[in-house]
Design a protein around this ligand. Structure first.
Ligand SMILES: [Zn+2]
Length: 95
């Protein structure tokens, strides 16, 4: 049986579906990244310090005639290397 995460985010395994709310006309899916951290694109250092998180609404999710509202919680990380020009950066996004 295919998992919902694999259907919605076939390019990555680092996503967890938190909740699915099925209505007559609409399907709401809440998901978030599960990776512990991300690699800074400026210096290559690994960071687990979350600067902030935010909601994204990626479009075009497969559905069977219903509207699908996908809410994906993304994260912005803080680079801890003091000489790195990138103070913060967005973690790898699955969608
Ligand atoms: Zn950096």
């Amino acid at each position: 049986m295919i998992r919902l995460e694999e259907l919605l985010f076939p390019s990555t395994a680092d996503v967890a579906v938190l909740s699915v709310d099925v209505d007559i006309e609409i399907v709401r899916v809440d998901a978030q990244c599960t990776a512990a951290g991300a690699t800074c694109p400026g210096c290559g250092a690994w960071s687990i310090r979350v600067h902030r998180s935010y909601l994204r609404f990626p479009g075009d999710v497969p559905s069977a005639g219903r509207s699908v509202v996908l809410r994906l919680r993304g994260r912005r990380f803080r680079c801890e290397i003091s000489v790195c020009p990138r103070r913060t950066f967005v973690g790898k996004s699955p969608a």
